[in-house]
Design a protein around this ligand. Sequence first.
Ligand SMILES: NC(=O)c1ccc[n+]([C@@H]2O[C@H](COP(=O)([O-])OP(=O)(O)OC[C@H]3O[C@@H](n4cnc5c(N)ncnc54)[C@H](OP(=O)(O)O)[C@@H]3O)[C@@H](O)[C@H]2O)c1
Length: 329
Amino acid sequence: MESFRALRVHQEDGKIVPRLEQLTLDDLAPGNVVIRGEYSSINYKDALATTGKGRILRRFPLVAGVDIAGTVVSSEDPRLKPGDLVAAHGCGMSETHDGGFAEYARVPADWVNKLPPGIDARTAMGLGTAGFTAALAIHRMEQMGQEPGMGPVAVTGATGGVGSVAIALLAGLGFKVTAVTSKTTADDYLKGLGASEIFHLKGRELGTKPLEKVLWGGAVDNLGGATLAWLTRTVAPYGSIASIGLAQGPELNTTVMPFILRGVSLLGINSVEVPLGLRAEIWRHLAGDLKPTNLGLIATREVTLDQVLEVVDGWVDGSITGRCLVRLR
Ligand SMILES: NC(=O)c1ccc[n+]([C@@H]2O[C@H](COP(=O)([O-])OP(=O)(O)OC[C@H]3O[C@@H](n4cnc5c(N)ncnc54)[C@H](OP(=O)(O)O)[C@@H]3O)[C@@H](O)[C@H]2O)c1
């Protein structure tokens, strides 16, 4: 196979230096499945990895990108055959293993999911890690008994990738959704996704009591920090909060009161290390009962591999809205 393009991150004199390079398969970390990538996507974590604003990569040099979807070219595993349409995301990609910002990826078969009928590579990456994570969070909340009758679900970081897909999926399931956002210009976008209310975070007094007035039946949180603490104080009895992200900060200052007096559950969501069977189940949901009808409103941007570095700052400063696909060829 001839050489191919990849966005590879180096560490030089203690600095993170990303470069578009020509690689061969021999340059990639070992794996028993080779994927010809069609699409990847940009997630918050990819912006941290390629700008060096967060310590994501644990070895260098490494191809960045936590997502890839495309076609199997070769496989030493009988579960996967050349021509299969697949997605790989999370696992060690862009942490310890070369990732998805490349025309080819080579990964272990256990990281690869065949895409269910109805989901092509572009749709899969319109969802990407963000959409998969939103679906995993909702799946876990429903397992805990979350249902529309308990009240609206608050979604923080609402205009981001995870937040946008979470709103669309929850609304599709019949939940009332309150989009919690720091942006003042995104109301139409959020309502278009299915949010029934918008809660503007900026300048809001979030209170300090161990328990505040109940505002939500449950919550999907992408921010952590003071916002997550506030959610613990305002979720209804037996509601669940899916803790996904830390865009605001990693700390959580709350008390046990919401947990022992309201029976609130804090569900940790980790999309990186998900057993293959559960990953397949989540993808089946995304192709079936959870299939978003308005992904076209969310994944409106598309860049090529050589444009990724021009746009990633928007994820670091929180100014982006929705999802951005990366066309790999
Ligand atoms: N646990 C997991 O497996 C997993 C998987 C995927 C993502 N994540 C994490 O989940 C979070 C969201 O990921 P994403 O891909 O959706 O990111 P994203 O597309 O960059 O969206 C993040 C959103 O959070 C808000 N935000 C950003 N910076 C902020 C700040 N400093 N203070 C307050 N709000 C801020 C913004 O929304 P508004 O302007 O609308 O408020 C922004 O659009 C990230 O922390 C990411 O690392 C975790």
